[in-house]
Design a protein around this ligand. Structure first.
Ligand SMILES: *[C@@H]1O[C@H](CO)[C@@H](O)[C@H](O)[C@H]1NC(C)=O
Ligand SMILES: *[C@@H]1O[C@H](CO)[C@@H](O)[C@H](O)[C@H]1NC(C)=O
Ligand SMILES: *[C@@H]1O[C@H](CO)[C@@H](O)[C@H](O)[C@H]1NC(C)=O
Ligand SMILES: *[C@@H]1O[C@H](CO)[C@@H](O)[C@H](O)[C@H]1NC(C)=O
Ligand SMILES: *[C@@H]1O[C@H](CO)[C@@H](O)[C@H](O)[C@H]1NC(C)=O
Ligand SMILES: *[C@@H]1O[C@H](CO)[C@@H](O)[C@H](O)[C@H]1NC(C)=O
Ligand SMILES: *[C@@H]1O[C@H](CO)[C@@H](O)[C@H](O)[C@H]1NC(C)=O
Length: 745
């Protein structure tokens, strides 16, 4: 597995390895399956007995059942994981009491300044007593208990509602009043040679996300003097519960993810943050969608990363409507290294090089010219292992094209000095190099290549990286885009938060890049990815809940979305498909005025309308099936009281009309009057009835209908409009997106 850190998430996140863990037993291959048996088990022991009964019936004996079962989920829902053949899985799915059966898959993982940048300074008003009652649960790679971010000075014992545990484990010094829960899940039973069977974080990802979400403030944090400032989480007084489900070489499995949700819900967390790639447009076989649905039913909000597969359209994951899906935006801090060639020309390269040059210049060669032998002649330009001639590289800088990360390590390992990498990708996040290194675009790359071949003794020098001001916020190119591949009427992602070059705490168990030959360690590191954006939103959700502990997950989500700062569609090509409602504004989110609330039955009605088969929806309600036709019909074209609106159109046809029915709840001053302001793009007519909403008390609800009439969209992918409800004190903004369904095929 690649371990370069700043870009690590590009490798770690998202790619779902579509295979179970194989165990060959006799002739038939057995895989892990998750057998879902419904909602509330009542008594845990009874649930386990039921699981064994069902398996015994299938297998013919209790002994065989016990050999096959891997885990019983019995706290927050009833399910079990077992090793089965495909035929056995099929048979089980038809048995009484079994709601669904799906195969276990393996998923991949997908600061200082960022809080100030989004207008959330250290001095922000806090409800400290309530904040310290907040427990945030992270499903990640583990945590570093020794980190300064997790000191517990001044924190009392865990809140009384807390039922979680924290044991003593290998290489894990234990919990305190800051980290109040730490567990790990590794149900496939396969030891991971690169990891430790303990909640300790060997990778660094989980320490980074936890400290971004709820780390204490630490002054003078930096990475080798870069990005200097006070590192802190959104809710420095909140408590952390770590559920380690991601392992260095095997990734994060559905069985473990579900076990962590089961535990976290029962333990009493308030918010779940999950920076892991979901899969499947189908919510019913997506462990993150299922786990977060159960969490939502118990009042727990789940924030999840949108994925790092942008800028391709329709690449967003974790897109179930009950999840708060987070895109990554940039902050106004960039990292540049000056490169000077022997002819005096200078260029600006991107990335983090912590090395001061020891000489005024170094001989420079092109990887394409210093191949080891003719077999690798055509590939040496990528500077990968065993392609370069050590004699021709010794004591030199090498110019390479980027294919995969690690060229710096390869060059350093055979006696070279460092690398200049040419790439047109990843130019918005700063890669950390293990030797002097930087990244340039194709224009500069061509100029360097020409220079190398224009002189007898080409040379260059790469200076230590400096911080620069850059224009922001922009959505990162890697951040996954809509439209939603699961539900064409629901806009995703929901919200944007900083996720580029975020400084936060790191593990001492890993070097900065994890690459061969890197011996540098740091308490803090820069990382980029929607993985880094997600805990920003998890933290803001906890912050909002610390003021409004009784709000539903949908109300918290609505507050965060309708108060977001609009982003600029002129400089963000994919507009709402890249940033959702816009850039998070934590201070405003506490006081949204109105919320679009949704209860769990509304989601079931929504799923019925989306065409989900009533018998399969049992996964969510906990019974064999849902009779969709017995439920009151969901209203409007999108069938959900969502805080954004999306009209999906068939291109090249007649005008399309969409009707959206919404109901808002007054959470502001009892007596409030809101007027509607509509922004319609050319060719679209948006009307709202009524145009004024009058409230006479808190919690009062008011309904309205939005009708969108759009002419066929011809020369654009999508169009953006909005509906804003304004009172004398509040602005409640709802983006409205129109797009051509077919143009995206
Ligand atoms: C973990 O603990 C064991 C036993 O104390 C020790 O031998 C090992 O070096 C530790 N591993 C790391 C990565 O610190
Ligand atoms: C060329 O180098 C590669 C990598 O060291 C090696 O595997 C291969 O056998 C070499 N080919 C020849 C023709 O020497
Ligand atoms: C490469 O970067 C230079 C300097 O920032 C810029 O002028 C040039 O347009 C860029 N070229 C490409 C292809 O982006
Ligand atoms: C970056 O911009 C801020 C605000 O405009 C300014 O205060 C600061 O000095 C700038 N920093 C650099 C390194 O130019
Ligand atoms: C639901 O799906 C199952 C299995 O695919 C099928 O047997 C059943 O007829 C479907 N039910 C409805 C109401 O469509
Ligand atoms: C589902 O509900 C409808 C309407 O109440 C009813 O007519 C129908 O018989 C029900 N179907 C089942 C399978 O219960
Ligand atoms: C809303 O509209 C009414 C009627 O036009 C007007 O009197 C009132 O001032 C408006 N309120 C706000 C907050 O704009």
């Amino acid at each position: 597995m690649s371990r370069d850190k700043s870009m690590g998430t590009f490798h770690l996140l998202l790619l779902v390895v579509l295979m179970g863990f194989f165990a060959v037993n006799g002739d038939e291959q057995k895989n892990f399956y998750i057998v879902y048996m419904g909602d509330h088990p009542g008594i845990a022991e009874a649930a386990v007995e039921t699981h064994l009964d069902v398996l015994s019936t299938l297998k013919g004996s209790l002994l065989a059942a016990k050999e096959s079962i891997v885990h019983s989920y019995k706290k927050s829902f009833s399910a079990f994981a077992a090793k089965l053949t495909a035929d056995e899985a099929e048979t089980l799915s038809c048995m009484d009491g079994v709601v669904s059966v799906f195969p276990n898959r393996y998923h991949k993982l997908h600061t200082t300044k960022s809080w100030d940048f989004i207008g959330f300074p250290q001095t922000t008003r806090r409800n400290l007593k309530m904040e310290s009652n907040m427990v945030v649960g992270l499903l990640d790679t583990g945590i570093t208990p020794e980190s300064d971010s997790f000191k517990d000075d001044g924190l009392g014992p865990p809140p009384r509602k807390w039922k979680g545990t924290c044991g003593h484990f290998a290489n894990f010094s234990g919990c305190n009043n800051k980290i109040i829960g730490a567990r790990y899940f590794k149900l496939d039973g396969n030891p991971d040679p690169e990891d430790i069977l303990s909640p300790v974080d060997v990778d660094g990802h989980g320490t980074h996300t936890s400290s971004t979400l709820a780390g204490r403030a630490i002054e003078g944090a930096s990475l080798y003097g870069l990005a200097k400032g006070t590192a802190r989480g959104a809710v420095p007084s909140a408590r952390i519960a770590m559920y380690k489900v991601c392992w260095s070489s095997s990734g994060c499995s559905d069985m473990d993810l579900l076990a962590a949700f089961d535990a976290a819900i029962e333990d009493g967390v308030d918010v779940i943050s999950i920076s892991i790639g979901g899969y499947s447009p189908d919510y019913l076989s997506d462990s993150i969608a299922i786990g977060s649905f159960h969490a939502m039913k118990r009042g727990i909000i789940t924030a999840a990363s949108a994925g790092n597969n942008g800028p391709s359209l329709s690449s967003v994951t974790n897109h179930a409507p009950w999840i708060l899906t987070v895109a990554a935006s940039s902050i106004n801090r960039g990292f540049r290294s000056k490169v000077m060639l022997g002819n005096g020309k200078t260029f600006s390269g991107l990335g983090v090089s912590t090395f001061e040059p020891k000489q005024s210049s170094y001989p420079l060669v092109s990887g394409a010219d210093v191949y080891r032998n003719n077999t690798v002649k055509s590939s040496s330009r990528f500077c990968m292992e065993d392609t370069l001639d050590p004699i021709k590289v010794k004591d030199k800088l090498v110019y390479c094209e980027l294919e995969s990360w690690g060229a710096d390590s390869v060059v350093k390992d055979i006696g070279g000095v460092g690398v200049i990498l040419e790439s047109e990708m990843y130019l918005d996040a700063a890669q950390i190099f293990m030797a002097p290194g930087t990244m340039v675009n194709a224009t500069i790359g061509d100029a360097i290549s020409k220079y190398i071949h224009s002189t007898r003794s080409p040379s260059a020098v790469i200076y230590k990286t400096q911080e620069v001001n850059i224009s922001a916020p922009l959505v990162a190119s890697f951040s996954s885009r809509g439209p939603n591949p699961g539900s064409k009427h629901i806009l995703k992602p929901d919200i944007a938060a900083p996720g580029v070059n975020i400084l936060a705490s790191y593990t001492p168990l890993q070097s900065l890049t994890g690459l061969k030959g890197d011996t540098r360690h740091s308490k803090f590191i820069l990382m980029s990815g929607t993985s880094m954006a997600c805990p920003h939103i998890g933290g803001v959700a906890a912050y909002v809940k610390s003021f409004h502990p009784n709000w539903s997950p949908a109300a918290v989500k609505s507050a965060i979305m309708t108060s977001a700062t609009p982003m600029n569609p002129k400089i963000n090509n994919d507009a709402e498909f890249s940033y959702g409602a816009g850039q998070v504004n934590p201070v405003q989110a506490v006081n949204p005025g109105l919320v679009y609330d949704i209860d769990s039955m509304s989601y079931i009605q929504f799923l019925c309308r989306e065409g989900y088969n009533g018998s399969s929806l049992g996964v969510f309600v906990g019974s064999k099936s849902v009779n969709c036709s017995a439920l009151p019909p969901a209203l409007g074209d999108d069938a959900l009281n969502y805080p954004t609106m999306q009209l999906s159109m068939k291109s090249g046809q007649k005008p399309t009309t969409g009707v959206f029915r919404r109901r808002v709840t007054n959470v502001g001053p009892p007596i409030s009057i809101y007027n509607a302001t509509i922004n319609s793009p050319n060719g679209v007519e948006i009307t709202v009835r009524p145009m004024t909403l009058s409230f006479s008390r808190t919690s009062q609800k008011r309904s309205f209908t939005v009708v969108v009439k759009a002419k066929p969209i011809t020369n654009a992918q999508m169009l953006s409009g909005s509906l804003i409800w304004r009172s004398s004190r509040h602005t409640v903004r709802c983006p409205i997106v129109m797009y051509n369904e077919l143009s995206l095929d």
